[in-house]
Design a protein around this ligand. Structure first.
Ligand SMILES: Cc1ncc(COP(=O)(O)O)c(C=O)c1O
Length: 405
């Protein structure tokens, strides 16, 4: 049975009728929908076990702490981390990158360099600009080839003795380009730079194994992988996390506090000040269980097939431009496209009239939009419940849009 046939009934929201049509939700890269098990796990937690974690001796406090830490164990196994101490809960990808930019930023000096790429989401650009600005450091970017892949020759040229951080996406949220993380991390290590990988568009779709990826830090958001909003993961190689001075203080991240100084808590709590997103951790654990039952290899294969079908079908429509690598190159679960003569917002609004949800705009990647030579694009993106029939509905609807001109 196809993956969407196995999963569809688990997602109550997919039963919605939108503008008189059954919902065709093709905006999972912005945020995925949630299976019933995630929704129920969170409401059960609030109905039965809620209390603050790591501080109360009473039964509910212990139950909440057990659940929160069980979520960490589940994530640790899901991403192939060497130990649970390497898994830090954050508020999401953006929060994880900011945490790193704040902490690593403090170690930068004037003239130091941060290397990013031209296909980054603003979340992996702006925090580094802020860190650089505060320390007199410089942000540089790896250019793209004509196909929308990273220019690997340029990586070697740009990774120099002043490069302190190399931050790049595992999968582009616009082009769907998959970057060769292990190769890039290896080159960065040789240059003495720390690698930060933005896995927001990879964790929901690809099997992950941190030991194989070889990077120092990897961040992602739960809400794009069937889990709730408000929680994300920062994985760090133990030595890299130990070398990082916390930049955010508060309760729970300390062992002992005096008026003029404090001693940090152990990993991973030293990077989790304040009350964490507990119900969200419970939801993330349920999402990971759901994905593990399906098998990430099957998830990746299902979405690869949908992306290929979309590139081929949309690419065959006159006046439609598909951005990113050709169908023959493996890509992530997103396909950005433009319709000649129509603004991307109009494309999205007209599709919405038929119940089809796609995203339109600059996708928080304005430097990449400049590279594409457009102000924005429409974008279809997939998850485990997306079907080939939905892709065909999209293609027919896009083909008929040209009649609106
Ligand atoms: C590649 C990439 N990085 C970062 C983000 C930011 O994720 P969040 O808004 O969950 O922090 C996104 C979200 O669309 C993304 O696609």
């Amino acid at each position: 049975m196809r993956l969407d046939e196995q999963t569809r009934r688990d997602f109550p929201i997919l039963e919605r009728i939108v503008n008189g049509h059954p919902l065709v939700y093709l905006d999972s890269a912005a945020s995925s929908q949630k299976p019933r098990t995630v929704i129920e796990a969170m409401s059960q937690y609030y109905a039965r076990s809620h209390a603050n974690v790591h501080r109360s001796i009473h039964t509910l406090g212990e139950e909440a702490t057990e659940l929160y830490e069980a979520a960490r164990d589940r994530v640790h196994r899901f991403i192939g981390a060497a130990s649970r101490e390497e898994v830090v809960f954050t508020r999401g990808t953006t929060d994880g990158i900011n945490l790193l930019a704040e902490a690593l930023g403090r170690t930068l000096g004037p003239g130091d360099e941060i290397l990013i790429t031209e296909l980054e989401h603003h979340s992996n650009i702006v925090p580094w600009q802020m860190a650089a600005r505060d320390r007199g450091a410089i942000v540089r970017a790896v250019p793209l080839t004509r196909e929308g892949l990273l220019d690997l020759d340029a990586v070697d040229r740009l990774l120099g003795p002043r490069t302190r951080v190399f931050a790049f996406a595992h999968v582009s949220n616009v082009l769907g380009t998959i970057t060769p993380v292990a190769r890039l991390a290896e080159r960065a290590r040789r240059a003495g730079a720390v690698t930060v990988v933005d896995g927001a568009q990879a964790a929901p779709h690809l099997p992950l194994d941190m030991s194989a990826l070889q990077c120092d830090f990897y961040v992602f958001s739960a809400h794009k992988m069937l889990g709730p909003t408000g929680i994300g993961v920062l994985w760090g190689r133990r030595a890299a996390l130990e070398a990082l001075e916390p930049a955010r203080g508060g309760g729970e991240m300390i062992k002992e506090v005096w008026i003029d100084r404090a001693r940090w808590n152990d990993l991973p709590w030293r990077f989790e000040p304040g009350t964490p997103p507990i119900a969200e951790a419970v939801g993330l654990m349920a999402a990971v269980e759901y994905l593990e039952k399906l098998g990430m290899e099957q998830v990746a294969e299902h979405e690869r097939t949908l992306a290929r079908q979309t590139v081929e079908q949309l690419g065959a429509i006159p006046g439609v431009t598909v951005f990113g690598p050709p169908a023959t190159v493996e890509r992530g679960a997103v396909v950005a496209f433009g319709v000649e003569g129509l603004h991307p917002h109009d494309v999205a609004a007209l599709l919405d009239e038929q119940g089809i949800a796609v995203r339109a705009g600059h996708h928080c990647a304005q430097p990449l939009m400049r590279w594409c030579g457009v102000v924005g694009t429409a974008r279809a993106s997939f998850s485990v419940y997306s079907s080939p029939e939905e892709v065909s509905l999209l293609s027919h609807a896009v083909a008929s849009l040209r009649s609106h001109l």
